[in-house]
Design a protein around this ligand. Structure first.
Ligand code: ZN
Length: 283
């Protein structure tokens, strides 16, 4: 642990000094190429500082968006989980569809993860409690189902924190997982998640049940044809194309039982997210 930190610190140090040295020589070269009679120290050092700042900022930007190696803070799937998949339901709770989904999950003895919208938690506190009481995981899907990259910084933090508190209050658990609406996240959201001790969870296979013309058969076929080991499956128990609720989720409800049976027939085990992400290549 300590050795790892030291190595990482050393790499950062080497990187920063490297950037400064490179910037210094680029500035000298620039001064040589443009006709300046005498290179002033101010020119050299301010050039070096500005250039290394740009270099470091650029690298920091690249690092955040692409990462070196695995992006441990964003989970889309887990190949190390073997023949296991996770079921996730977004946008709820809904008084119409969530109880039906909970009933099927209970009958089939499946634990799922529900990414709840804060204002729906406020509207349906009892359903929120029921989801957690029945052993399912509860995640944060922002308060108002916002588009994260368009949100103001204060709004984004407020949306996440407010929903965490609502979930804590009504479900009695602190949400470990955070899912950005429509899968659109940015650097700020990643930092907030880290700060709040939460993991960003996306998905690797969408059931496309949000589509206005989704049919039960279509949802079943799509999931069963495409599911593979280590997938995180996406469903919706509320929501609509343009607002946070209102669409029919009949197809989702009707498809759920056959999907669970079909996945099991194909040899997949359906597990909760916490158990699923604990599998790693190393362990
Ligand atoms: Zn959503």
């Amino acid at each position: 642990m300590l050795a790892g930190l030291l190595v990482r610190g050393l790499i950062i140090l080497i990187f920063i000094s490297g950037s400064v040295v490179v910037s210094y020589y680029i500035t000298r070269l620039t001064a040589f190429l443009i006709p300046i009679a005498r290179i002033s120290d101010i020119f050299l050092w301010s050039g070096t500082v500005v250039l290394s700042a740009i270099l470091l900022m650029g690298t920091a930007y690249y690092y955040v968006y692409h990462g070196f190696g695995s992006q441990a803070d964003i989970i889309r799937r887990n190949p190390a989980a073997g023949k296991r998949v996770v079921l996730t339901f977004d946008d709820g709770p809904s008084d119409l569809y969530t109880p039906q989904i909970l009933k099927i999950l209970a009958e089939k003895k499946v634990k799922a993860t529900f990414f709840l919208v804060g204002k729906h938690v406020e509207r349906y506190p009892d359903l929120t409690r029921q989801i957690a009481d029945e052993g399912h995981e509860v995640g944060n899907h922002t308060y108002g189902h916002i588009t994260v990259p368009n949100s103001a910084p204060s709004q984004l933090a407020g949306e996440i924190v407010r929903t965490n508190l609502l979930i804590l209050q009504h479900a009695g658990v602190y949400p470990q997982f955070l899912r950005p609406p429509r899968g659109l996240y940015d650097m700020r959201m990643r930092r907030i998640a880290m700060l709040l001790g939460q993991v960003l969870v996306l998905w690797s296979l969408s059931s496309q049940d949000w589509h206005p013309r989704a049919t039960t058969e279509g949802v079943i076929r799509r999931v069963l044809d495409r599911a593979s080991s280590g997938d995180i499956l996406l469903f919706h128990d509320s929501g609509s194309l343009y607002s946070s609720e209102g669409s029919s989720r009949r197809a989702t409800v009707e498809a759920l039982g056959p999907i669970i049976d079909g996945l099991r027939e194909k040899g997949y085990e359906i597990v909760a997210l916490e158990e699923f992400i604990a599998f790693s290549e190393v362990g």
